[in-house]
Design a protein around this ligand. Structure first.
Ligand code: ZN
Ligand code: ZN
Length: 409
């Protein structure tokens, strides 16, 4: 028998805590969500610690876990994964750094660590530094959001054991990058050379000339920090013999999924914001099953409402997500195993991620349907799946899909 296909829907930051103003309910409890409730009534559910009980996950570490990679083993810092998120196709062994565009004076003293929180022109600025060759090492440099950027070094004998050039305070000079461990001298030299070239190139760049004419500070330097080496990750296809794809609006999620070999589908209207077209995402995901075995959909909107502390908006996001699940419900066949969960809680009262578990539902032929009738943080805790860790989810789905290999005789 050929294995079934897998669809994993991650409603980012969905989990919440009871809110007094909502009658001590969570936004998920309050929302009208007939499709999610139907799926849970005809499926199995539980709660899930995305990484481990009490661990407060980032979206990156959590998605690694949901995809079956132990973040404690493979996560080597934000640098590598932010670089992936900035659209660089990072490879195992690449050394990546987080960067800021900054403003310095003639003596390389940092006047503004964020170059006036520059918003426009960073793509052009980054382009002028992308593709350099320093000592035979390929330099990849991309703009991120606002003043942020990512730097990747690709070549032999590189090391992430080097110090930051970012002084982390204004009024101090850009620091010289130094080797922290023996063997990292070459990398330190390349970083210092890049830092020098960046200043020389950026201070003459037309974007900065225009900024100075308008009386705003130029982005005439790059501060470099948080070096990490990108891990050699076995792809989903190598591990599970599945062709896979991701539908997401947010660069970080695209980066994580791309780094494990998932095809990143570009969907018109998938913005990663509150205005994202969830129906377009669902349609793209269902269409992808023509040649894919596993698809992940990430919808960021609930997380944004959590960070902004807007519970009623979170309720509305859930109701829109429910329509999206309605489309999936209408178009799925018996050859699909569906899981709906989240990558972490982002309670509106906390305005940040917390280690609270998130609800999980699994729907598909053969699941042991439990008694839970509604999809929320509290009801799902009584479900037949009990309490799982993020890393347990994919094996569970693979087993239901008939794709697991027997352990033993
Ligand atoms: Zn997240
Ligand atoms: Zn978040």
């Amino acid at each position: 028998m050929e294995g079934k296909k897998l669809l994993l829907v991650v409603l980012d930051g969905l989990g919440d805590r009871p809110i007094k103003d909502l009658g001590s309910k969570t936004p998920l409890q309050l929302a009208a969500k007939s499709n999610l409730d139907w799926l849970v009534s005809n499926g199995a559910c539980g709660i899930l610690d995305p990484i481990a009980p009490g661990v407060c996950p980032g979206s990156d570490t959590s998605h690694l876990s949901l995809l079956g990679y132990d973040p404690f083993q493979v996560y080597t810092g934000r640098g590598p994964f932010e670089a992936a998120g900035a659209g660089i196709a990072v490879k195992g062994g690449d050394v990546a750094f987080r960067c800021n565009f900054a403003t310095v004076d003639r003596d390389m003293r940092v006047l503004d660590r964020r170059a006036g929180r520059i918003k426009q022109g960073t793509v052009e600025l980054a382009k002028s530094l992308d593709g350099l060759d320093i000592e035979g090492v390929e330099v990849l440099f991309r703009a991120g959001t606002e003043h942020r950027a990512a730097l990747v070094l690709r070549g032999p004998a590189l090391s992430a054991d080097v110090s930051d050039t970012d002084p982390h305070e204004e009024g101090s000079n850009i620091l010289e990058c130094k080797a922290i461990q023996p063997g990292a001298e070459k990398t330190a030299r390349i970083i210092n050379e890049f830092s020098r070239i960046a200043h020389d190139t950026l201070r003459q760049h037309s974007v900065n000339r225009e900024r100075e004419e308008k009386g705003v500070v130029p982005a005439n330097a790059v501060l470099i920090r948080g070096g990490g080496i990108f891990p050699h990750l076995k792809s989903i296809e190598e591990k599970h013999n599945m062709k896979s794809a991701v539908v997401a609006g947010v660069a970080l999620i695209k980066g994580i999924c791309g780094s494990v070999g998932m095809e990143v589908l570009e969907v018109k209207g998938a913005t990663g914001g509150l205005d994202t077209d969830m129906m377009a995402k669902a349609k793209a995901a269902m269409d992808a099953f023509v040649d894919k075995d596993f698809v992940l959909i990430n919808v960021k909107a609930a997380d944004i409402c959590g960070h902004d502390g807007r519970p009623m908006d979170k309720v509305k996001v859930v109701e829109r997500a429910d329509q999206m699940l309605g489309y999936i419900r209408d178009h799925m066949t018996e050859s699909l195993v569906l899981a709906v969960t989240s990558d972490h809680s982002t309670p509106c009262a906390v305005r940040n991620h917390t280690g609270d578990p998130v609800p999980l539902l699994i729907f598909g032929e053969g699941v042991r349907v439990d008694d839970v009738q509604t999809f929320d943080e509290i009801a799902c805790a009584k479900g037949g799946l009990g309490r799982l860790r993020g890393i347990d989810l994919l094996p569970l789905m693979l087993d239901l899909a008939g794709r697991n290999v027997k352990f033993g005789a």
